[in-house]
Write a protein that binds this ligand. Structure first.
Ligand code: NAD
Length: 339
């Protein structure tokens, strides 16, 4: 297939490009580089052995997005392009609505104009908010707790309404749990700007000496050791799921919504210990107050992904820690030059 990967220089998008290229797809990456580095393109070329076509396009630019889609013969779009920080979304909700929701509307309109009717979309477990029970199934109530989550829910709904109105339009909605890890080459990985929002890159930056210690938010949750439990999923498993999702859309002609997680909950302290084992480095931490809006325990029921896509996670937390540490130690300052 000829595939447009929007947001393809980002963390999950770059790993997905490697998987799609390995399966013989023809890719064009589009991104406005607001949260990623152009160096990703050189690294992708080093891994895949071929240059990756790149277009610097902002999804909010309707004319540019239409121009990108028109006349290029795309069979499908994979849509990663979004702002993703919960905290920032609470401070700047309108920027999140504009970038994520208006951007998605532009993309859907451009796809319709160009006659491209197959979409794989990055959603998130954040649409479940504080779930009533775990493991979380796809039919659990959707109730978001912050503006970022609201944008994901609205984007899912926009896509769903379009699929209802145009049965020829097929979408695979992927609700990721907690992506972690990096490509085994150590050439691409997660490189957050500023203070990391996610646990694994924070741990990596402590281990490599960029930050003094990890703050663990709450030690009195009703969990195995009092710290929050999440479902960490290796980014390579996630990348494989996108390729499987495209294959499934092509094979069945029917859209779907699936959770992507391992089905196993891991606590903050369990992750810290696994990382210390994998890296041989200490990760000093301090237990501090709970954060507003956090929840005790969230992990996926991944049965629907297995049934519909034939996909299940294969890599465990030890592999995530090993690969995240390889990436961080080979690239202590991420994609940026050292100071
Ligand atoms: N990483 C996670 O923990 C996680 C969890 C659940 C869902 N997601 C979703 O997965 C997707 C990818 O996440 P990621 O971790 O790779 O994030 P990322 O920030 O590394 O990648 C997103 C990419 O989209 C680009 N982008 C953003 N707005 C754009 C715009 N208006 N025009 C063009 N490009 C734009 C950014 O420059 C970046 O390269 C996002 O939609 C995110 O909401 C991520």
């Amino acid at each position: 297939m000829r595939i447009l990967v929007f947001g393809g220089t980002g963390y999950i998008g770059s790993h997905t490009c490697v998987e799609l290229a390995a399966r013989g797809h023809d890719l064009v990456v589009a991104d406005n580089l607001c949260n990623s580095s152009p160096r990703v393109l050189e690294r992708l070329q080093a891994i895949t052995g071929a240059p990756v076509a790149f277009r610097n396009v902002d999804l909010r630019d309707r004319a540019a997005t239409e121009g990108l889609l028109s006349g290029d013969g795309f069979d499908a779009v994979v849509h990663f392009a979004a702002l993703k920080s919960v905290g920032e979304s609470c401070e700047r909700p309108l920027d999140y609505f504009d970038n994520n929701i208006s951007g998605t509307l532009n993309l859907l309109q451009a796809m319709r104009s160009a006659g491209v009717r197959r979409l794989v979309f990055s959603s998130s477990a954040t649409v479940y908010g504080d779930p009533d029970r775990v493991p979380v199934t796809e039919d659990a109530p959707l109730r978001v707790t912050n503006p970022y989550g609201r944008t994901k829910l609205v984007m899912e709904q926009l896509i769903g309404d379009l699929c209802t109105a145009d049965p020829g339009f097929q979408a695979g909605i992927l609700r990721y749990f907690n992506p972690a890890g990096a490509h085994a080459s150590g050439l691409i990985g997660e490189d957050p700007a500023g203070i990391p929002n996610n646990l694994m890159p924070y741990i990596c930056q402590v281990a490599v000496g960029r930050r003094a210690k990890l703050s663990v938010f709450g030690g009195d949750w009703p969990t195995v050791d009092g710290t929050g439990v999440r479902d960490y999923i290796h980014v390579l498993d996630l990348a494989r799921a996108h390729a499987d999702a495209l294959d499934t859309l092509e094979r069945t002609g029917a859209g779907f919504t699936v959770n992507l997680g391992t089905g196993t909950g891991v606590s903050v302290l369990q992750l810290v210990q696994a990382f210390e084992r994998a890296s041989g480095r200490p990760v000093p931490y301090e237990i501090v107050d709970r954060r507003a809006g956090d929840v005790a325990e969230v992990y996926a029921d991944p049965a629907q992904a297995q049934a519909l896509l034939g996909w299940r996670a294969q890599l465990d937390v030890d592999a995530m820690c090993r690969d995240a540490w390889r990436w961080q130690s080979m690239n202590p300052t991420g994609y940026a030059d050292p100071d």
